[in-house]
Ligand binder design. Structure first.
Ligand code: SAM
Length: 173
């Protein structure tokens, strides 16, 4: 299942850390890439460093405007919002069929038009929390945990350890 995350409303400086976290969650939980408006060198650099060290595939793409991107998306558009319908009531429909899934997450206020353009306005619980939390839970439910089990082709690999840190650096071999 092809999944791309669209990050709306990124404010340079203010949102740099959280937008980076949205991208890292997208990557780690099974999305193929993230799209955001404009270019933020800080976000780009952090994400590229993670991909270079810990592996891909994962891309970060800059676009000029989100509305034409949403309108041009071939597949389903899922907007995560606390005002939407409970995730469990539409997850079956979202998973069914062909085509990619565009998962839209906001920052401060999401333009009204996005609610109308989305095929699904989905709530991860009807309480306010965070785009990072909402995305993680949504992707985990969508992939039923399998997104986390993907193998990344990176230079660094963690050897899980009950007590400490063990990291294999394939670049040193
Ligand atoms: N007041 C904003 C609004 O009108 O949506 C919420 C801002 S919230 C800090 C930023 C983003 O987190 C939202 O745009 C949404 O994508 C996501 N989010 C927060 N709580 C959520 C929830 N309960 N379910 C789904 N997404 C949520």
């Amino acid at each position: 299942m092809r999944v791309v995350v669209l990050r709306l409303g990124h404010r340079p400086q203010r949102d740099r850390r959280i937008t980076t976290h949205v991208a890292l969650v997208a990557r780690a939980f099974g999305a193929e890439g993230m799209v955001m408006v404009g270019e933020d060198k800080g976000v780009k650099g952090s994400v590229e460093r993670v991909v270079e060290r810990w592996g891909g595939p994962f891309y970060l793409e800059s676009i000029r405007a989100p509305i034409p991107y949403i309108k041009g998306w071939k597949g389903k558009v899922v907007h995560l919002t606390m005002y939407g319908v409970p995730m469990g009531t539409v997850m079956g429909e979202i998973k069914a069929g062909e085509g990619g899934i565009l998962v839209v997450v906001g920052a401060e206020k999401v333009p009204r038009e996005v609610y109308g353009l989305a095929d699904y306005n989905v709530a991860v619980g009807n309480q306010p929390h965070s785009e990072v939390g909402a995305l993680a839970v949504f992707l985990d439910r969508l992939f039923q945990g399998a997104g986390l089990d993907r193998e990344f082709q990176g230079r660094l690999k963690i050897l899980p350890d009950p007590r400490g840190k063990r990291v294999l650096d394939l670049g040193l071999q």
